[in-house]
Design a binder for this molecule. Structure first.
Ligand code: ATP
Length: 210
């Protein structure tokens, strides 16, 4: 069965790094990718742009293709956006279909800080996306949890609904939302780091301007 992949983030704003790695993951896994903005991210300061503004940017960014699909379910839940709750919901919806939670290497290294993190392996496979500047020194608890879970390639994820770990080697894109927010606040226009659609409506990037 074709897997379904999930790529969560604050997307404050969505940038070409997100899109490029999500697209490549979609190709490598032969899967659609749900792009899932988090409402109240539990592990970091609140986003600058509102949920509505981040959704508007995602809509503009995802126009014209059908592999990367906006899923805004976390924005309608009250309280912190725990990934484990989302994966429980998706598992109930998708039956035995393989689910692949995509995490950048930085996010993966921080996984043991997430609420209910061990449960994630019962609910989904994890696909770790390489990210420039992230030398994965994994905490011991995470090393222990993943020992025996690594598979050689994405094809092996199709035979089971959850529980494996695959490293997806994607084109290095040294782009971050933090840097983009800094540039825009300084009056710059980082046009080749952001999807072109974000410049069509001047309101979309307004939250980051000073
Ligand atoms: P910020 O700078 O605000 O922390 P970010 O650029 O890291 O933002 P997020 O929305 O926090 O973006 O990231 C969502 C997911 O995308 C995370 O799993 C993160 O590791 C991954 N990610 C973001 N940018 C890249 C990139 N350039 N290459 C690979 N993975 C990335």
């Amino acid at each position: 069965m074709k897997p379904l992949a999930i790529f969560g983030g604050t997307f404050d704003p969505i940038h070409l790094g997100h899109l490029c790695v999500a697209w490549e993951a979609s190709e490598l896994l032969d899967a659609e990718v749900l792009m899932m903005p988090s409402g109240i991210p539990p592990h970091r300061p609140p986003p600058i742009a509102s949920a509505q503004q981040r959704v508007a940017m995602l809509r503009a960014a995802l126009r014209g293709q059908s592999r990367l699909i906006l899923d805004a379910r976390e924005l309608t839940r009250s309280g912190p956006s725990y990934t484990v709750d989302t994966m429980i919901e998706l598992r109930a919806e998708q039956g035995e279909r393989p689910l692949v939670l995509l995490l950048g290497a930085d996010a993966f290294a921080g996984l043991p800080g997430w609420h209910g993190w061990r449960r994630l392996f019962e609910l989904a496979h994890i696909g770790v996306l390489s990210r420039p500047g992230e030398q994965a020194v994994l905490p011991d608890v995470l090393q222990r949890e993943i020992s025996g879970r690594r598979v050689a390639g994405p094809a092996e994820l199709r035979t089971l609904p959850a529980g494996k770990l695959v490293e997806l080697s994607v084109t290095p894109m040294e782009i971050s939302s933090t840097r983009i927010r800094e540039l825009i606040a300084a009056g710059r226009e980082p046009c080749y780091q952001l999807p072109a659609g974000l410049f069509d409506d001047p309101q979309l990037l307004a939250p980051y301007r000073r």
